[in-house]
Each structure stands twice: as structure tokens, then as C-alpha cells.
Write a protein of this length. Structure first.
Length: 261
């Protein structure tokens, strides 16, 4: 897990659970035991989790320290279980539902794709909003579909793929196409040159997360995982004057995505 996650665990998630359960915050062995059961039980109720914690049974996964937790699914499960123990209704609702945490991570990818798209398109969020509504709602405007409606639940017709997976793949292809076209938005015209930006250069200029070997070698944390509440304003559509539709998209676009799995 990342340093930010570890701080959140020790300063927020664990103390809140301790206050609700009457435990000592300083009890490290108990904290590791609770975390171990959180990642060992698939979909426990609060009663089942507490019964396991207070039993003589051994969890399927034992933790020597919280460093043994990964910064994705493990942290999601620990956070939701500790939230359940703290009687946090929102966190309780995420217990046994790993697709919720996965959806947050996929939306983070979309946020970075929008940053990259902004180099080539003046209204990237409106552009993405139009793509989402066209792809998942056939362009209907009465009850538009937004990114809030998309989930990370697997689609039966596309094994190992969800709505958010499909959006990420679609935007990835669009961003790469625009990068190769090498035509920038007015605010970024100064970047135009004979050769298109590399993927690394594009992400660095856009301020997006880059996972290339060059960038990974400079970081001690291989993956980001913010612990702050998600900022949905990142996906607010720029209305000009009152429509998310973009003239570049025409009357409607249909983007077919081939599942790579």
C-alpha cells in the first residue's frame, strides 16, 4: 500500500473502527488481525467479521505488516470492512463489491485521458460526455447517460470487460489518434512540431499519470491510489450554450470497441 493509504489507515480508518468497537488504537496485533480477516473473507457481514476476529481460527492470508497489502483490491477491502466496523453506511455498502473500487480507478484513468485530450480539443469534457451518451444511450438526449451511470461490472457479451473498461479503451484509441494527427487545440499550438509527441511527452505535458518505464524508474510508488473523496466535478460537462453535443461529433457517433481479452 502507498504511504498515503497507510496514513489514512492508521489515522482515520482504524481509529474510527476502534471507537465503535471499543478497541485500543495502539493494538498493532489486533489491527493486523482485523486487516487479515478483511482480505480473507469474501463478503462478510459485520457479525461474521467480528466472529472471525474473535475466534481461534486463522485467516487465509496472514499479514506480517500492512506493507503486505496491495494498493488496489486489498486496500478497498480493508477500507470497506473497517468502515463497516465503524458503522459507516457508505463504506459498509462497498463490502464484497470490488467493482466499486475498480470503478474509481477506471474513472481516474478517464480523468487522465481527458487531460491528454485537452491538448487537442478545446472542450474535452463535453467531447467525452457526448461519446458516453452516444455509446451507451444511442445519443438520446431526453435522459442522457453520464459517466456516473457507468459501472465496472463485467458485461456478459464482452467477457472481462465493463462499461468503464469500454470507455477507457475507446478514449485511449481516440487520444492516440489525435496525438498522431499532431493537430493541437489553440491554447497548445506552441507544441506543434514536425514529429508528433510521444505518449510519454503527451502525458507529461498534460499533467497525466505516466506509467512508462522511464517514469516508473523515478518513482518508489508503482501505482497511485488517492484516499481523498472522489471529485465528480472533474466530469462536469462544459455547456456551450446548453448542450453537451459537439459539432465535431456530428449528429451522433458510434464507436465499436473490440475487447482485448
Amino acid at each position: 500500500m502507498t504511504p498515503k493509504q497507510r496514513i489514512a489507515l492508521q489515522a482515520d480508518w482504524w481509529p474510527a473502527a476502534c471507537r465503535a468497537q471499543g478497541w485500543k488504537v495502539s493494538d498493532r496485533d489486533l489491527r493486523l488481525l482485523v486487516c487479515a480477516w478483511a482480505v480473507s473473507l469474501k463478503n462478510p457481514s459485520q457479525i461474521e467479521l467480528l466472529e472471525a476476529i474473535h475466534s481461534d481460527r486463522q485467516p487465509a492470508r496472514w499479514l506480517a505488516s500492512t506493507n503486505d497489502l496491495d494498493n488496489r483490491e486489498d486496500v478497498d477491502r480493508v477500507k470497506s470492512c473497517l468502515g463497516m466496523l465503524a458503522d459507516n453506511l457508505k463504506q459498509t455498502s462497498e463490502v464484497g463489491r470490488p467493482e466499486i473500487g475498480r470503478a474509481r480507478r477506471l474513472r481516474d484513468v478517464v480523468r487522465d485521458q481527458i487531460k491528454c485530450l485537452a491538448l487537442f480539443h478545446e472542450r474535452p469534457r463535453a467531447y467525452v460526455a457526448a461519446i458516453i451518451n452516444d455509446k451507451f444511450n444511442h445519443g438520446q438526449g431526453i435522459h442522457p447517460v453520464t459517466i456516473r451511470d457507468l459501472t465496472a461490472e463485467l458485461v456478459k457479451k464482452r467477457p472481462q470487460s465493463s462499461q468503464l473498461d469500454q470507455l477507457v479503451m475507446t478514449l485511449g484509441r481516440i487520444v492516440n489518434q489525435k496525438r498522431n494527427e499532431n493537430i493541437f487545440a489553440p491554447a497548445w499550438k506552441h507544441l506543434e512540431q514536425a514529429e508528433a509527441l510521444t505518449i510519454h511527452e503527451m502525458k507529461i505535458v498534460a499533467g497525466a499519470w505516466c506509467d512508462c518505464a522511464q517514469c516508473q524508474g523515478k518513482r518508489t510508488i508503482p501505482f497511485r491510489q488517492p484516499v481523498e473523496p472522489e471529485n465528480w466535478a472533474d466530469f462536469d460537462c462544459e455547456l456551450e450554450p446548453a448542450s453537451c453535443a459537439d459539432s465535431e461529433l456530428g449528429a451522433g457517433i458510434t464507436v465499436e470497441v473490440e475487447c482485448p481479452f
